[in-house]
Design a protein around this ligand. Structure first.
Ligand code: 5AD
Ligand code: SF4
Length: 449
């Protein structure tokens, strides 16, 4: 505590800037970090070079992430030389792997603090340790106290993410997550419920539960609670308007979960169900533990049981063992399921994964398949969105549109992005919108009432 008192005024007027790479889990980690920094006295700035605390929260999943990071960190070398009092930090998945961490340690002396995905709760101590010693601080060893979360949301005051589990045990052959985020661990239900109750009391309308594979929640835990049970319990919290969750693994999508979504109005009619590939052979090579038939069966069951549900997916094109025939199977599944939206990726080898040992497919072939995939799915998205024309839907208004401040953007419970002309005062409210127009990626219309 003494150290804290010494630096009581140090943070006054100081600013921080965070650059986040990667997934929602990382976005949420950045929010938790923001909360901790603001609690210390920092205020946020969008201008990186003027910030007193500069953080890169890294990701390993996306292509070229390492090179991008090294480039951005290098560009701060001069700044750090001229302003040695600035603190530069790197966190996140990439720091969990020794190769990327070594590069930062050896080649980037401008970085002062390095920490992993499990050390966010220690950040304040790391900052004080750095201020006391003026020497680089590295912490990737200790573990977060999982139940010791407070409400770390700074995104806005009506939507919040809540982690229900960390890590992953699935070892998909292409994926770095089990390496970077470690083995699967579920948070205790009582801690999760307390956090959501608190958020709802504070006026939060929409909660998104986060985990790499939420469907296996509780499988290895010493408490007795499945994901559908947890979801139902959370949905019953008085006053919660919208409940979302991500991500689900198709192999663990149970009928029980479908029933819970169907029977509880505030659980959104939206399901993100990563396909990765439509070919049973490639799925086997990826170690996904389901085949084309099982995926189609699960997705169709969702559509049958919950009319109007939107389904989105993740697709990887150009996995090393993917042939033209295999790729056509992916197109076939896309046509059959009629996804509402998709995140599409060109396969990229990640260090220490099983697939990294395989010979990659030629770039031109991958690019050609990628283009054909988009040519197939964009018209489907367009058709799915067109079905909304003439309908009146409930939309949670989130922010001003980037290009036109008179237009607000929001989401339907089916996660459709909506554009509507409305007053800024309505941000954070759920309003009714009559849909009049659409593209492959948005629907738009007019306020009703
Ligand atoms: N190459 C391409 N895409 C990948 N993803 C994960 N690892 C890789 C990789 N090595 C994609 C998957 C996953 C999403 C978050 O990122 O589709 O579902
Ligand atoms: Fe990666 Fe597979 Fe785990 Fe998803 S389920 S995080 S793709 S290993």
């Amino acid at each position: 505590m003494k150290v804290k008192e010494k630096y009581k005024d140090y943070f006054k007027g100081k600013t921080y800037n965070i650059t986040t790479f990667g997934c929602q889990m990382n976005e949420h980690d950045s929010e938790r970090i923001s909360y901790i920094l603001e609690d210390l006295g920092y205020t946020k700035t969008e201008d990186r070079s003027s910030a007193d605390f500069i953080l890169f929260n890294t990701c390993l999943v996306r292509e070229n992430a390492e090179l991008k990071l090294y480039g951005q960190v290098s560009s701060l070398k001069k700044l750090k030389k001229e302003h040695p009092e600035k603190i530069i930090a790197v966190s996140g998945c990439m720091m969990q792997t020794s190769t990327a961490r070594e590069v930062i340690i050896k080649d980037h002396k401008e970085v002062d603090i390095i920490f992993g995905t499990k050390n966010i709760n220690s950040l304040v101590d790391l900052i004080f340790r750095y201020l006391e010693t003026n020497e680089r601080v590295i912490d990737i060893s200790t573990d977060d106290v999982k139940d010791d979360y407070v409400n770390y949301n700074t995104l806005n005051d009506f939507q919040a993410f809540v982690n229900i589990m960390t890590g992953c045990d699935n070892f998909c052959s292409y994926c770095i997550v089990p390496e970077s985020r470690g083995r699967e661990e579920s948070r205790r239900p009582s801690a999760i419920l307390a956090e959501v109750e608190h958020l709802v009391e504070e006026g939060y309308k929409e909660i998104t539960l986060l985990g790499q594979n939420v469907n296996s929640y509780g499988n290895k835990a010493d408490f007795d609670m499945t994901f559908p049970e947890l979801l139902e319990k959370i949905s019953q919290i008085e006053g919660l308007k919208r409940l979302r969750f991500t991500t689900s693994h198709p192999k663990d999508l149970s009928d029980e979960l479908i029933e819970v979504i169907k029977n509880n109005d505030n659980i959104c009619n939206y399901f993100h169900l990563p396909l990765q590939s439509g070919s049973s052979k490639v799925l086997k090579d990826m170690n996904r533990k389901y085949d084309q038939e099982k995926y189609i069966e699960r997705a169709k069951k969702l559509r049958e049981e919950i009319p109007g549900i939107a389904i989105s997916t993740d697709i990887i094109v150009g996995y090393p063992t993917e042939t033209e025939e295999d790729f056509k199977e992916t197109l076939k599944v896309c046509r059959e399921i009629e996804f509402d939206s998709a995140f599409t990726f060109k396969y990229s080898p990640r260090p220490k994964t099983r697939a990294a040992k395989l010979t990659p497919i030629d770039d031109e072939i991958v690019q050609d398949r990628f283009d054909r995939l988009l040519d197939t799915i964009y018209p489907i998205f367009n058709e799915k969105n067109k079905e909304y024309i003439g309908k009146t839907v409930e939309v949670l208004l989130e922010s001003e549109s980037k290009n036109n401040p008179d237009i607000l953007t929001g989401r339907t419970d089916t996660f459709k992005l909506v554009h509507v002309k409305a007053s800024k005062k309505l941000i954070g409210e759920i309003v009714k919108v009559k849909i009049t127009d659409n593209t492959s990626f948005t629907i738009s219309g007019e306020l009703v009432e």
